[in-house]
Every structure is written in structure tokens, then in C-alpha cells.
Design a protein around this ligand. Structure first.
Ligand code: DX5
Ligand code: ZN
Length: 211
């Protein structure tokens, strides 16, 4: 089954809880939460206190995507805030094994991410330790960019290597019109920001994805 993970980055933060409830009632399974530090990526978003505030308003899976230089240092904050899955970039400054261990030892699922210019093979050594692979289909940092078709081969390669049971998430530039492209390559979790929270009718946008 394909899971939809609307990215909160494109929500109207003045009505955050209300908008999250709309995507939840419409059937989206994950809430994708993009954390940016202005250092690993050239943009800033929000951090653990915002996640903690929305946690009581939703029982969706909180899928936290860390685009930060030193994820290890902040894992405890995101676990306490209510993350269900924490994904970090394999080429961040933190020790990968130690960061995976820190996440998993607290009963939280762990994902590893690669930007379009990062080789998927860098994730191969962690196959048995992680729960999700995140393949960026735009360069991490901003919502509203266009899907990079070159990543299709990377998605296929990842599905082949990681097998049928691994969650393979694709993030960036996905909408109801092109969603079948990553899916046909092997993705089973789709992130969509602009196409969901940027739509006039958010519930209808979720339905368009799930149908
Ligand atoms: C980009 C973020 C994405 C982004 C997706 O750095 O990781 O999750 O919000 O937004 P859209 O769907 O607009 O490309
Ligand atoms: Zn993301």
C-alpha cells in the first residue's frame, strides 16, 4: 500500500493543528515534518518545540526529516517531542552508527536520507539497522521545487537492494499527476508539500493522491 506523507512545511502555520486534522481525516498516514538548521541546508524551518505543540492534536505517524548538520546532538529532543520516525542525512556531520543507535534505542524508527547527488550505495551498510530509506527527488532545503527524473534509477536500485519490506520514501516535487512515476520505480511512501497544503482544497488533494 502506498502511504502519503504530507509535508507540513507548506502548511499555514497560523492554522497548523486545523490543517493537520484535515489531512489526517482525509486518510494521509504520515505527517512529514521538515526540520532545517540553516547550515546543512540554506533554509530554516522549525524544531522540536513546534512538534511537541502539535503532538496532542494528531495521532498520525510523525515522520521527522532532519536536514541538520549534527542530528546526533538533537535526537533526544525530537524523541521527547513525539517523533515516531526520525530520518537524517547519511552525509551529515554525525556518526551514522551512533545516531541510528540513539534513535532506535528509544523505540523510534530510523530513516536514512540521500540528496540527489549522494550515492545510494552509501546506505547499503545500514540495511539491517534502518526502517526507511529517504530518496530526495529535489535538493533538500525548499518546498515547491520540480521533481528530478534522474532519481528514478536510484529508486529502482534502492528497491532492488533493500528488498520488498523496506519503506522507500521519495521526497520533493511530487503531485497527483506525477505520483505514479516514483511508485512504478519502487517507492511506497510519498512526501508531498505544495501539492497537499498548497491546494485550495486540502482534503481533496489528499484524496487525489490516495485514489
Ligand atoms: C525539501 C523537503 C520536502 C519538501 C517537499 O527540503 O524535504 O519535504 O517540503 O515539498 P514539495 O512537495 O513542495 O516539493
Ligand atoms: Zn522532507
Amino acid at each position: 500500500m502506498i502511504k502519503l506523507a504530507p509535508s507540513m512545511l507548506s502548511a499555514d502555520f497560523a492554522y497548523l493543528a486545523d490543517q493537520i486534522k484535515i489531512v489526517e481525516s482525509a486518510g494521509a498516514q504520515y505527517l512529514h515534518i521538515d526540520v532545517m538548521d540553516g547550515h546543512f541546508v540554506p533554509n530554516m524551518s522549525f524544531a522540536a518545540p513546534v512538534i511537541k505543540s502539535i503532538r496532542p492534536h494528531s495521532s498520525m505517524v510523525f515522520d521527522v526529516h532532519l536536514m541538520i548538520s549534527d542530528p546526533y546532538r538533537y535526537i533526544d529532543d525530537f524523541v521527547k517531542a513525539g517523533a515516531d520516525i526520525i530520518t537524517f542525512h547519511v552525509n551529515s556531520d554525525s556518526d551514522v552508527d551512533a545516531t541510528i543507535e540513539k534513535i532506535k534505542s528509544q523505540g523510534v524508527k530510523c530513516g536514512l536520507a540521500v540528496n540527489p547527488d549522494v550515492d545510494i550505495e552509501l546506505l547499503y551498510p545500514y540495511r539491517d539497522k534502518i526502517d526507511m530509506v529517504l530518496i530526495m527527488s529535489v535538493f533538500a532545503g525548499f518546498g515547491g521545487q520540480s521533481y528530478i527524473p534522474d532519481v528514478n534509477e536510484k529508486i529502482k536500485k534502492a528497491r532492488e537492494f533493500f528488498g520488498p519490506d523496506m519503506d522507500i520514501q521519495v521526497d520533493g516535487g511530487i503531485n497527483a499527476q506525477n505520483k505514479d512515476i516514483p511508485v512504478s520505480c519502487g517507492a511506497n511512501v510519498l512526501v508531498a508539500g505544495t501539492a497537499v497544503f498548497g491546494a485550495d482544497d486540502i482534503a481533496q488533494a489528499v484524496a487525489d493522491f490516495l485514489n
